[in-house]
Design a protein around this ligand. Structure first.
Ligand SMILES: [Mn+2]
Length: 326
């Protein structure tokens, strides 16, 4: 990656000159967001001596990440506190900060580290590279450029960020550099099998049952090229599960041979959050941007003020353009 060294120096200078620092990530956090935010938190805490650090992420931390998170450092509500410096990680636009989006205007300086190609460089310093698999990968480059050795705990958090955003090093965003960085992280003490078991093989039975209910409802359109499933409030209530706990449905749909685009609809009050994955050439970030969202060519999302049924119709109509008649 072409990290602009003058940018890195400016970031370091900002860190040194700031007392109150906030680290934020996108709402409904995933592994990349959580791993990157917590890695930066630990890193700054270790270097920062008397610095005042605040972490804000809207939404519950999924159960499988909780042991890697100091949950008491994540603030629940925003009281308009002012910051000298704000880090915004893995966040394509400020709306994705959810109820914490005002931290941006209440911070003197901001640094965005991200890999979403729809990111419009809204911060004072923007370290954005859409060729990177994950924000964790970029953050690792930043740490390296700062010339500070990172700890096993920090390495593990970055590894989690990379592991989850590459689908265990299987998506097309996985490069030889991604593997080289993972190798370096393992040299720093990352326990690969232990992390795999915690992140992927530790689901409570009710979560697996909720997952089965969701994938049991997969619908296929356009000769199986479009696959849609929903995570509804009903399914969550029936299985006593949280939205953030159900992971992997959109990836599961993609396992169907003919599926080119997989969609998961998440019911959220009167709105529906849509996650899209593309297997081949269709750029799902284009579709997401059309509806006010963003993301990557092969993984993107958006939210609409419609219920699940109407959102499904919207998607079927939208993809007609790509797949032709049903
Ligand atoms: Mn990411």
């Amino acid at each position: 990656m072409n990290l602009k060294m003058n940018n890195i120096e400016k970031v370091f200078e900002l860190i040194n000159n700031s007392q109150n620092i906030c680290i934020s990530g996108h709402k409904s956090p995933d592994g990349d967001c959580i791993g990157s935010v917590m890695a930066l938190y630990r890193f700054l805490k270790r270097l920062g001596k008397s610095k005042n650090l605040t972490v804000c992420i809207e939404g519950t931390i999924p159960f499988n990440y909780r042991q890697y998170v100091d949950e008491d450092v994540i603030i629940k509500e925003y009281d308009n506190k002012k910051f000298d410096l704000l880090f915004i990680l893995d966040c394509s636009d400020l709306e994705r900060l959810g109820k914490f989006k005002d931290v941006y205007k209440n911070s003197k300086k901001s640094v965005c580290i991200d890999h979403h190609k729809t990111n419009k460089s809204y911060a004072d310093i923007n370290i954005i590279d859409s060729s990177m698999s994950s924000t964790g990968e970029i953050l690792y480059d930043v740490f390296k450029a700062l010339n500070v050795k990172i700890t096993k705990e920090e390495a593990s958090l970055i590894y989690i960020a990379i592991l989850t955003d590459t689908g265990k090093f299987s998506y097309s965003n996985t490069s030889s550099d991604t593997h080289r960085k993972a190798a370096e992280l393992i040299d720093l003490g990352v326990q690969v099998a232990e992390i795999d078991n915690t992140i992927y093989n530790s689901k409570p039975s009710n979560i697996v049952k909720a997952f089965i209910d969701c994938v049991g409802g997969i619908e296929l359109y356009y000769g199986n090229r479009l696959g849609i499933a929903s995570i509804t409030k009903g399914v969550l209530e029936k299985n006593n599960a949280d939205m953030g706990d159900i992971d992997g449905v959109v990836e599961f749909i993609r396992e169907i041979k003919e599926v080119e685009v997989s969609c998961v609809l998440k019911e959220n009050e009167n709105k529906t959050r849509v996650s899209l994955r593309s297997k081949n050439n269709i750029d799902v970030s284009e579709v997401s941007v059309k509806f006010g969202g963003g993301g990557h060519a092969k993984a993107a999302g958006f939210e609409v003020n419609k219920d699940v049924k109407n959102t499904k119709e919207l998607l079927i109509n939208t993809f007609k353009e790509y797949f032709g008649e049903q």
